[in-house]
Design a protein around this ligand. Structure first.
Ligand code: CAA
Length: 240
């Protein structure tokens, strides 16, 4: 597939699996990351995929980052908005900073990246935007008013932008992962996680590669009629 993609949060966890899956399809991938330089460097050494550092919650940084990727790899055809953080706590304990960090990164990041890339996709008449939502945006989750609101927002954002892109060959879809065996889920207290896994009909956590498989499906050249949809990949935990 002769296309250029940016995967945000693309050097670790689900993002890493997506970056690798797209590379294996022949896509030129730029993996964005915000934090750990050493991990990003190790990722590039292992995969051969270049890593680019910027914070997706920063509007100007997204524009500058996309410009740099386009100078290196060419016009961006595919965006996978995967970057996300958790700051779990009940609303009684949740600070405004915890609320804002999650909304700005998880939901704001989708807006910032779409603003930087959608006009070019629209002009060239082809684009794929895949937003990584969550089962917890569909069903809610105790201790996650910030995360559930941001992820739920991603699902609305997807359906609205899909309507704006439809006439111009730009599809916009979401994936709603369930609980996947990443560092993010490993941070959930063990006793809480045990109870969650007990409710997954497939009987285990998902693997990052199982989400990447969904992304590969949605970005395909012949996927032009799939837009505004949400693909739930959650082991049957929530059928929505
Ligand atoms: N439903 C009902 N009550 C619950 C509950 C639930 N799901 N979880 C906790 N409670 C109750 C506890 O039983 C406890 O009640 P009592 O005081 O009566 O005993 C009370 O809430 C407080 O619980 P904690 O002592 O655990 O409170 P805490 O402040 O230390 O932690 C928490 C609360 C942060 C929510 C913690 O339970 C937690 O981290 N839960 C996991 C949240 C979660 O699933 N996050 C997902 C992260 S992964 C992800 O988000 C990826 C994705 O997209 C799927």
């Amino acid at each position: 597939m002769n296309r250029v993609a940016i995967v945000t949060g693309g050097t670790r966890g689900i993002g890493e699996a997506i970056s690798v899956a797209l590379r294996d399809m022949g896509v030129k991938v730029a993996a964005n990351y915000a934090g750990d330089d050493a991990k990003a460097q190790a990722f590039t050494e292992k995969t051969g995929i270049p890593a680019y550092k910027w914070d997706v919650s920063d509007f100007d940084a997204c524009h500058a980052g996309v410009e740099k990727v386009e100078a290196d790899l060419g016009p961006v055809d595919i965006i996978v908005n995967n970057a996300g953080i958790t700051r779990d706590s009940t609303i009684l304990k949740q600070s405004y900073e915890q609320w804002k960090a999650v909304i700005d990164t998880n939901l704001g990041g989708c807006f910032n990246m779409a603003k930087a890339t959608f006009p070019g996709m629209r002009q060239r008449g082809w684009g794929r935007i895949v937003n990584i939502g969550s089962i917890n945006g569909q069903a809610g989750q105790y201790g996650q008013v910030n995360y559930a609101a941001a992820k739920s927002g991603i699902h609305g954002f997807t359906k609205a932008l899909a309507q704006e892109g439809a006439k111009f060959g730009v599809t916009v879809n979401a994936i709603a992962p369930g609980y996947i065996d990443t560092d993010m889920v490993a941070a959930v207290p063990e006793d809480v996680l045990e109870k969650i896994v007990a409710k997954i009909p497939v009987g285990r956590l998902g693997h990052a590669s199982e989400i990447a498989r969904g992304v590969a499906f949605l970005i395909a050249e012949d996927g032009g009629f799939i837009t505004g949809s949400t693909l739930s990949i959650n082991g049957g935990q929530h059928m929505y």
